[in-house]
Ligand binder design. Structure first.
Ligand SMILES: [Zn+2]
Length: 128
């Protein structure tokens, strides 16, 4: 079972040799506390829509570490008909920055009350 790499929110994204300026959001891990709260209305739905068009970065398949057991985590690699167990969402932000999130972020917000940084939520809502 492969866990995702943890990155703090808004840390520079350094995975590919992309020259774009990208920031990490939503790379959660069990041993790192993360902010929780009520997501802005429509955030989950918008993220779910973005997840349908996730970019397929070959980081392998991953499972949610926050789910109570592996069985649950395995079921949660899909949301409705969208596979969120791999791939990344890219959200264009202001100031020529792009946010990189795992597609799994939909699940984190919906099921684990994860509240992404405000600037990220705003950028997501601007994509609609
Ligand atoms: Zn979970």
């Amino acid at each position: 079972m492969k866990y995702m790499t943890y990155f703090p929110d808004l840390s520079p994204y350094r995975y590919s040799d992309s020259t774009q300026s990208m920031l990490n959001v939503g790379w959660l891990a069990r041993e790192h506390p993360f902010p929780t709260g009520t997501a802005p209305e429509g955030l989950v739905e918008t993220l779910a829509e973005l997840a349908k068009h996730s970019v397929n970065v070959q980081r392998g398949m991953h499972f949610c570490e926050l789910c109570p057991d592996f069985q649950t985590a395995r079921q949660n690699t899909s949301r409705c008909d969208t596979f969120i167990g791999s791939g990344e969402i890219r959200v264009p932000g202001s100031k020529r920055v792009t946010y990189a999130s795992p597609a799994m972020i939909v699940h984190y917000v919906e099921e684990h009350s994860y509240l992404p940084p405000a600037e990220y939520c705003e950028a997501v809502m601007r994509t609609t």
